[in-house]
Design a binder for this molecule. Structure first.
Ligand code: ADP
Ligand code: ADP
Ligand code: MG
Length: 498
């Protein structure tokens, strides 16, 4: 077992800070990277050392494998944590790191190769006897052949980029006549985003839920699961609300889903943290969707219900350590919900927004966690992911967790930029959310109900009066608010007494 002393984090933002937090607790030194454009963001200075990647396109900065590796070697790091996104699922990077004698905090390049591609992973999991969505995962990419396969599957069909991620390169085809145009669209998008236009076809499941199993494996043959997360609330196939446990998963179903997940990790001799994504249909049947061979954005909900530190476990197993507990010792306690706060304007077609963050705000509520990559005064640019922060709340029950998260969103305001905060509050308070009617088309189904309530002239006048009063008033927080935002509603919604 080789103890890691210094980790270079090949990522940015909140996930870089998250890795630093655990590394510090373990007495491990950290090295962060930044681009010239990011100077002033907290991850640039949060580590023990930091190095500039220069500026320019992502391929020259956070995706530049050689540059990152040479920094790691020069500063004497003995391990690299890739975070999520960027190089985290590039087998060539894992290979480069390990062949240079450094530890890659993640699975082997072979596992990434096998599971990182939707097509090859489906073939493998079929071999392992785990159900996957009926579809075509073959080599033949000719239009006439794919069309024939689509007809065989039966419409609606989903065309998916094999190398896909983040919902890119995905098209629903309702009927045969639409197939050709959809295929072209998916291929074009996939080529642009991933440099590979290979597609697969899947039966489109009409009322599904997205349920995923967190897994963790060591190099001594111990393969454990850390229960499920439900991430059905999505916009354009991107998750926005995630929780554990899932309101739809019974003990019996959980046993079946987790057994399927462990069949996969055992079957491929996996190492480290990973997620097996599953689709659950209304008949209680579930199918393998894909595996993410890395730490996921929504890992905090699992940490809150299990009490574990997933980054610490990643480090431990990367060092060659043994997972320090047995499956039976793990429990899902209470309920945790996460929302992703984005710099976007839900009232204007979710257009990305930019600007300077005047005030993030903090909450004094207990068991609430804010994972953010920003500080007051930072500028939001369009060069990077629009996710501003993740806010996570834990409660004894699902309702208590949702109530608490909704309350915490009154405190964490991100004044100065337009955000989806109010939209998230409307989701959390919608009776259908509370009833657990969380299907992947949730935001579409309840689109009208999720629109902002139009404010009356009287309410507007009152709000402006209150803003003016606050501007002259004695509390420093209120005055900071009143001078910051462009829109009085943004300011005032942050304070529950108005
Ligand atoms: P990505 O790599 O973009 O995450 P996934 O294959 O995980 O792609 O799919 C993302 C989302 O798209 C899922 O969470 C689900 O909401 C939807 N989806 C994917 N495949 C299907 C399918 N066959 N039927 C219905 N919805 C699907
Ligand atoms: P999940 O972990 O549930 O699969 P996503 O697919 O949304 O969630 O997360 C991966 C995405 O996160 C990447 O495609 C990328 O766009 C984005 N991303 C990568 N690095 C960061 C970062 N440091 N901060 C915020 N977003 C990032
Ligand atoms: Mg996915």
């Amino acid at each position: 077992m080789k103890k890691i002393k210094k980790i270079l984090i090949a990522n940015r933002g909140e996930i870089a800070l998250r890795v630093i937090q655990t590394a510090r607790e373990l007495g491990i030194k950290t090295v962060t990277l930044y681009t010239e454009e990011e100077k002033g963001l907290p991850h640039c200075t949060a580590g023990d050392e930091s190095f500039s990647l220069g500026s320019g396109a992502l391929k020259d900065t956070y995706l530049n494998q050689d540059k990152i590796l040479s920094i790691a070697k020069a500063c004497g790091a003995d391990a690299i944590h890739p975070g999520y996104g960027f190089l985290s699922e590039k087998s060539s990077f894992a290979k480069l790191v390990t062949s240079s004698g450094l530890i890659f905090i993640g699975p082997s390049p072979e596992s990434i190769d096998l599971m990182g591609d939707k097509k090859t992973s489906k073939i493998k999991i079929q071999e392992l006897g785990v159900p996957s969505i009926p579809g075509y995962h073959g080599e033949n990419q000719e239009l006439s052949h794919l069309k024939k396969e689509a007809k065989k599957i039966g419409f609606p069909v989903l065309v998916k980029a094999s190398a896909g991620g983040g919902g890119k390169g995905m098209r629903i085809v309702e009927k045969e006549e639409e197939f050709e145009a959809a295929l072209e669209g998916a291929k074009r998008e996939a080529l642009n985003a991933f440099g590979d236009d290979t597609v697969l076809l899947e039966k489109y499941i009409t009322s599904p839920r997205h349920i995923e199993i967190q897994v963790m494996s060591d190099s001594h043959g111990n393969h454990l699961h850390l229960f499920e997360r439900e991430c059905s609330i999505q916009r354009r196939y991107q998750k926005i609300v995630e929780e554990s446990p899932s309101p739809a998963v019974t003990n019996d179903l959980r046993a079946k889903m987790t057994a399927a997940a462990l069949k996969i990790t055992r079957g491929i001799n996996y190492l480290g943290a990973g997620t097996i994504e599953l689709i659950l249909d209304t008949d209680g049947q579930f199918y393998f969707l894909e595996m993410n061979t890395r730490l996921q954005v929504e890992h905090p909900v699992t940490e809150m219900v299990t009490g574990l530190d997933l980054v610490a476990l990643q480090i431990l197993v990367a060092e060659g350590g043994v997972l320090p507990f047995k499956q039976e010792e793990l429990k899902q306690k209470g309920h945790a919900i996460e929302v992703r706060l984005y710099a976007e304007d839900p009232d204007n077609n979710f257009l990305p927004s930019i600007g300077q963050i005047k005030l993030i705000g903090k909450t004094s509520l207990r068991n609430v966690r804010l994972d953010s990559g920003y500080l007051d005064g930072n500028d939001i640019s369009i060069s990077f992911d629009p996710m501003l922060a993740k806010l996570i709340a834990w409660g004894e029950t699902r309702d208590l967790a949702a109530d608490k998260l909704n309350e915490a969103l009154n405190d964490v305001v991100f004044l100065g930029v337009r955000t989806n905060r109010d939209y998230l509050k409307r989701i959390l308070t919608l009776p259908e959310y509370r009833q657990g009617l969380t299907f992947t088309h949730f935001v579409k189904t309840y689109e009208e109900k999720l629109k902002p309530v139009k404010k009356s002239k009287e309410e507007l006048a009152l709000a402006i009066a209150a803003a003016l009063f606050n501007k002259q008033g004695p509390t420093s927080q209120a005055s900071a608010v009143a001078v910051g935002p462009r829109d009085p509603w943004i300011a005032l919604n942050g304070f529950r007494n108005i």
